[in-house]
Design a protein around this ligand. Structure first.
Ligand code: ADP
Ligand code: MG
Ligand code: ZN
Length: 504
């Protein structure tokens, strides 16, 4: 295996160097058919069942452009504040690899469909960082190789390889940032926040589900260091196919520590691709990076140029949804929460459930409370997104209403939610089955209060003497006696009333 890599501790590396980053994100579009043929893009079909002469690169087969793929590309470009090309072409990127049956990838080179944009991203502390976009271009995915017989699943050490071309030809959009400078020690956080925001944007546009764990969105992290004060970029490494937000952040961080060690030793950084290892959070050398000329790019002669009419582009611009950052800022005002809290809500995946719960009639405080408390915890424990829990926003809203009406207190409400999650039925059913109702019968409450006073004479005296805070102990006793089914606020009132004390 590889020798251990020399690293410089993160803070020390940042004291001597400024990081420069470039992020290349590939997004698989959710079109029904492939980019240049009519084959289905549906996941999970038997290997090689969704192929045809075009996506297998058989001689004489001709590509036809998928208009819906082009439309998605333009919408992504517009949402990223890009200019949209009036005329552009596809190019052939020539290289030989078994997962690419044509021996060239149909891509775009110097004529991308969208260019010169930006995406504002929000950092944990609530500040905004602008990431400039170089271009967004259209291309196609490759097939998928599976290397069998080795320990690592990589080709190295494998006995044979299997190829599935179902993925070959699925439309991809590659979004490339300009070099990101000035992020300093926050560079890894910026990388993560950028990919997170881009994913939200792609989902909001409805062009892809952008599920990183399924490879629908993957990120290459380019990174170099320059000595502090210098403006001349160093040599970059390119860590390929990083497929989670956390890994994007860790890969950037690791590369900063590694580059610093290389530079400190007086050596030069090799321009190469690297692999990220999820388990250790490290990268190892891949292959020496090709230069553009190695790909012998030339315009694709079998496809017509793409020349989207301005009217169409304008229409697509008008049809853009409210973008995620704007929407979060609007919700933040409506819900009256801090930027930091909104960030936590986003990270917890709770925005949509909360919005839906409010739409179902809950007030925003209650909706946030349940989704960020009880339900977030449960989602965490069971390893699912809050939205995938077996409780609907309508049911959560119902629980909130029952609390608001006073027929449930928080403690009982938690039990109701537990019951719904356990499959015992909707909130009303669980209330019914478990017999969970706040004891609001004043007679019963008064009896319980009197018993509590009688059983705790010393405490009652203290309260009579003006120590109102001691009432908590009596409230506790009543709650215990009613098995938590009393309204604690009302119990306290009754206690003070009985003892002839008024709360100042
Ligand atoms: P390639 O296809 O060779 O990876 P691209 O131009 O598509 O090249 O992408 C390179 C990415 O790396 C871009 O995001 C670019 O902004 C960024 N980049 C370029 N030079 C550097 C550098 N010296 N250090 C860090 N990032 C860089
Ligand atoms: Mg690259
Ligand atoms: Zn096909």
């Amino acid at each position: 295996m590889t020798a251990t890599t020399d690293l410089v501790p993160y803070e020390e590396a940042l004291a001597s160097y400024d990081p420069v980053m470039g992020l290349e994100v590939h997004v698989e579009l959710g079109t029904r058919t492939k980019m240049f043929c009519g084959c289905s893009t549906e996941l999970g079909a038997p290997p090689n069942s969704q192929t045809c002469p075009t996506c297998l690169g058989l001689p004489g087969a001709l590509p036809v452009m998928n208009a819906s793929g082009v439309e998605s590309a333009i919408r992504i470009g517009l949402a990223l504040n890009c200019e949209i090309a009036e005329w552009c072409r596809f190019a052939r990127k020539n290289y030989f690899y078994p997962d690419m049956p044509k021996n060239f990838q149909t891509s775009q080179y110097d004529e991308p469909i969208a260019y010169n944009g930006y995406l504002d991203v929000q950092l944990e502390d609530g500040t905004t960082f602008r990431v400039e976009i170089e271009r967004a271009h259209m291309e196609e995915d490759t097939g998928k190789s599976t290397h069998v017989g080795g320990a690592t699943g990589r080709i190295h050490g494998a006995q044979h390889s299997l190829l599935d071309y179902n993925r070959a030809g699925i439309p991809l959009i590659e979004i490339v940032t300009k070099p990101i400078v000035g992020a300093g020690e926050r560079a890894p956080e910026v990388a993560r926040a950028y990919v997170a925001e881009l994913r939200e944007l792609i989902k909001a546009l409805g062009v892809s589900e952008a599920r990183m764990e399924m490879g629908q969105m993957r990120c290459d992290v380019n990174l170099s260091l320059m000595p502090k004060g210098s403006e001349k970029f160093g040599t970059r490494s390119e860590t390929k196919n990083v497929n989670s937000l956390r890994s994007v952040e860790r890969a950037a961080r690791f590369e900063i520590e590694r580059h610093a060690a290389v530079l400190n030793s007086g050596a030069t950084v090799v321009q190469e691709t690297r692999h990220f290892h999820e388990d250790q959070g490290t990268t190892t050398s891949g292959r020496i990076k090709e230069e553009a000329e190695d790909y012998r790019y030339f315009p694709e002669p079998d496809l017509v140029p793409v020349a989207p009419a301005r009217e169409w582009v304008d229409e697509l611009r008008r049809g853009l949804p409210e973008l995620p950052l704007q929407r979060r800022n609007r919700l933040r005002e409506e819900w009256d929460v801090s930027a930091h809290d909104m960030q936590s809500i986003l990270n917890a995946g709770a925005i949509e459930p909360i919005v839906a719960t409010i739409e179902a009639g809950a007030d925003s405080t209650a909706a946030r409370k349940w989704w960020m408390g009880e339900l977030a915890r449960h989602a965490n424990e069971t390893g699912v997104e809050p939205g995938a829990l077996p409780i609907t926003p309508v049911q959560v809203a119902r629980v909130a209403t029952l609390v608001q009406e006073g027929s449930l207190n928080d403690k009982l409400a938690r039990q109701v939610i537990e019951g719904v999650l356990a499959g015992e039925g909707g909130p009303d059913e669980v209330v019914e089955k478990r017999g969970l109702k706040v004891v609001s019968d004043e007679g019963a409450l008064t009896t319980a209060v009197e018993e509590a006073i009688a059983g705790n004479a010393a405490i009652a005296d203290k309260i009579r003497g003006g120590k109102v805070a001691a009432a908590g102990a009596l409230v506790g006793a009543v709650m215990k006696a009613t098995r938590g089914q009393a309204d604690a606020a009302r119990v306290k009132e009754l206690i003070l009333e009985k003892l002839g004390v008024t709360e100042s």
